[in-house]
Ligand binder design. Sequence first.
Ligand code: SF4
Length: 408
Amino acid sequence: NRDQIIPAMPLPRRRSVPVDVGGVVVGGSAPVVVQSMTNTDTADIESTVRQVASLARAGSELVRITVDRDEAAAAVPHIRDRLRAMRIDVPLIGDFHYIGHKLLTDFPDCAEALDKYRINPGNVGFKEKKDRQFGTIIETAARYGKAVRIGVNWGSLDQALLTSLMDANSVAAHPVSASAVMKEAMVQSALMSSQRAEEIGLPRDRIILSAKVSNVQELIAVYRMLASRCDYALHLGLTEAGMGSKGIVASSAALGILLQEGLGDTIRISLTPEPGGDRSLEVKVAQELLQTMGFRAFLPVVAACPGCGRTTSTLFQELAKDIQSHLTERMPVWREMYPGVEEMNVAVMGCIVNGPGESKHADIGISLPGTGETPTAPVFIDGQKAMTLRGPTLAADFKQIVEEYVER
Ligand code: SF4
């Protein structure tokens, strides 16, 4: 029975310890959380506030900002205050490397203003210094009641740990590949750091782990290993995913497989933006990934056929785009008034071949006339043909029908 070998449904979600990050729960039975990161200089308060606000409005439920030097740490409480004044309460995560211990100690207002600290065990220091500096960060988090993500990265792995595992592998009876040793080093680095954090006094429900690499297959493998050896909440993300469609495809492939296996409590789609490009694209992609896979619903889905030689006019592409924009614009109001509207499916199809069938499967659908067909467009509501549209007001009429359907 193939159904027993290849599950058609996602595997049950892995049981993880829920972590409260500034009021947003990551892990446990909470929905998978969408997060993103700014690319502004955090010391530039204006630009950072603007970008955090834009990401939050796009639907980012957590936003990470770089805290790399004194000026950035000093800016954090002001950024927090400015966002609150704008009624934007999105939890803020500080991204610390190398000198996080110093910044959190020297700028207590920054430590207080952030909801979570992201640290990298590979660059928190070496030997005794590492112990001391790591300890300072963890003690600060424990004192202020903040969450910590221990984020291991393939490109900045704990060199001492990696060297010792490589040495052991070189004299092992059955040595494994260098890539297998690296993955083991990533997992051990995350687990040893989290155990140390607990010994220092940070509770389990304040710890989130990640282990990012840039190769899709390696990422899947390393998260499977990590997930099987702990119950900490997991942050998923493909690092250095790349630009444009490459980054979107690579991230969706890797994260889609892990989510299907029940792994992952929060996701970030890291995309390299085009110069001047819209940073919130990564939020949109994360939402679409979760919605496409059926884990969450953010916005009504518009199913549109790709079009082909049977459609000579651009009417149906224009209508599909128009309807998608209309739904996006109306959502802030609809979300308040009509809970569940985000689960609605709309179909806009180009001809009679698949049009009526696909439209019947949607909550509301329209099948536009293809080449040589009668210039009429049947509309289907809840699987039944409800009316036929025609003429120059067809697009406006369909939008009105969608509007009335939502209200009803
Ligand atoms: Fe082409 Fe019609 Fe299929 Fe759309 S529904 S892709 S127009 S055959």
